[in-house]
Design a protein around this ligand. Structure first.
Ligand code: PLP
Length: 452
């Protein structure tokens, strides 16, 4: 508790020091592009910052190479990976492992499938507990629930939106087998501390890097730091094929186990050996992904440059705090460009008024996850289920319900304002200026937000 408070205080102190410095300089020079931020809010009849019809870069990314690749797979008749050892899926696994700097890759039908495969491959099941975050995609906890293990939800660092390592450590019990940290928004969570906690308590770690393709932390790609890392290629992600996923890792025996599990429990040797769903990626998914890898690094770079510029433009605005990044963060995928809306700096105006005013300026920000997964009905449903009542003592299930509070997550859900960045952050400098100008214009008119 003490440690977390300290970290938060330090962060708040650092954040407000930089805001004060920036406000001081803003009052001398004005925000960059002040002329465009001046004027009546569009929601009150003024000119919008950005014309509604001006498109943002589209997502998912499509080029002729992708179209040709799908046509080629269609004509080849090789539609399933087991038809050929050198098809698109096998080629994708090889290329993706290389790109990530991992020895092995197993491609799956989705990120959720990749995560569930890892849980099964580690032998985690009924009676076991896995610690993760409530601020994530439902797939993260479904991967644990599908193995009939118990997802234990720890609270967040409210400035980074990531799993708080101290709270995760506090929630370890004698049944805990693994931690599943999530790199939210494609930015690294505090993985160094999480890995240290896992070593200390002898726990497995599965990185949920579903949003974090190509992100780098302490000299390594996210997803390759723990023994197992999972990715998603669902349509919105920064490398996408509609639905798809992958596991990467360096441990040959463990990755072989993942292959067996994902291949309806049937090993490369052709024997049906363990419990395993059928989670194979099909050749069409790989056909979309393979040519996409060619420009992925360049698009990643552009998103990082644009995000850095956007952050520099928003720095003077005390009402907006961009996502806190941990030391060791070299780059992020920018699946999402996330920031906290600090209501007290906006004359108390509700976030909904801010979002409505921004929408009229031509910028659509989303509140993203409405409430943490600790507030969804699955909790009561599993507590009432016969399976969970058989696997866990009444005392443990009571304690589970009593301790299922994550106030920092609740606060993050109330303050979040984010851009789906896969496409928009591939835009030009002038697109980034539109985003910053719209936010700063609404900020300068914050005393009018009460009347909209
Ligand atoms: C998208 C996502 C998943 C699930 O991946 P799917 O491919 O949609 O199954 C899991 N975790 C996180 C953090 C995600 O963003």
């Amino acid at each position: 508790m003490k440690r977390r408070d300290l970290t938060r205080r330090q962060f708040i102190a650092a954040a407000s020091a930089s805001s004060i410095a920036a406000v001081a300089s803003a009052s001398l020079t004005g925000y960059a592009g002040l002329t465009r931020t001046a004027g009546t809010l569009a929601v009150l009849g003024g000119e919008p910052v950005r014309n509604k019809n001006k498109p943002w870069p589209a997502w998912p990314y499509v080029d002729e190479r992708i179209v040709d690749s799908v046509v080629k797979t269609t004509r080849s008749g090789i539609w399933c990976r087991i038809q050929s050892a050198s098809g698109a899926v096998a080629a994708f696994e090889k290329e993706y492992a290389k790109l990530m700097g991992a020895r092995f890759c197993v491609a799956t039908g989705s990120g959720t499938q990749a995560l569930h495969t890892c849980v099964e491959a580690l032998g985690i099941g009924p009676g076991d507990e896995v610690i993760t975050t409530p601020y994530t995609d439902p797939g993260t906890i479904q991967a644990i629930l599908s193995a009939r293990a118990l997802p234990v939800l720890a609270d967040l660092d409210p400035a980074s939106y990531q799993l708080d390592p101290d709270d995760a450590e506090r929630r370890i019990t004698e049944n805990t087998r693994a931690i599943m940290p999530v790199h939210m928004m494609g930015q690294p969570c505090h993985l160094e501390r999480i890995m240290a906690i896992a070593r200390k308590h002898n726990l497995a770690v599965i990185e949920d890097a579903a949003q974090a393709h190509l992100s780098e932390y302490q000299g390594k790609k996210l997803g390759t730091i723990a023994p197992l890392g999972c990715f998603s290629f669902q349509a919105s992600k920064t490398i996408a094929c509609g639905e798809g996923g992958a596991i990467v890792g360096d441990d040959e025996a463990l990755m072989d186990k993942c292959y067996t599990v994902h291949n309806h429990g049937t090993s490369r040797r052709g024997r049906t050996e363990v419990i395993g769903p059928k989670y194979r990626m099909n050749e069409f998914q790989a056909a979309v992904l393979l040519p996409q890898l060619l420009g992925a690094q360049e698009r990643f770079q552009r998103r990082n440059e644009n995000a850095a510029y956007l952050t520099s433009r928003l720095k003077g605005c005390p009402g907006i705090l961009p996502q806190k990044l941990y030391q060791g963060t070299a780059s992020g995928s920018f699946y999402i460009y996330a920031m906290s809306y600090k209501k007290e700096q906006w004359n108390g105006a509700d976030r909904s008024a801010f979002l409505k005013a921004l929408e009229a300026e031509g910028l659509s920000l989303s509140p993203y996850i409405g409430h943490g997964l600790h507030r969804e009905p699955w909790v009561e449903n599993i507590l009432r289920s016969k399976v969970y009542q058989k696997m866990f003592s009444p005392r443990r299930l009571r304690q589970y319900r009593d301790e299922l509070n994550c106030p920092n997550c609740d606060r993050v859900c109330q303050e979040m304002a984010m851009v789906w960045a896969s496409g928009p952050l591939l835009g030009t400098r002038s697109d980034m200026d539109d985003i910053a100008d719209a936010i700063l214009k609404v900020y300068e008119n914050r005393d009018r937000l009460g009347s909209i």
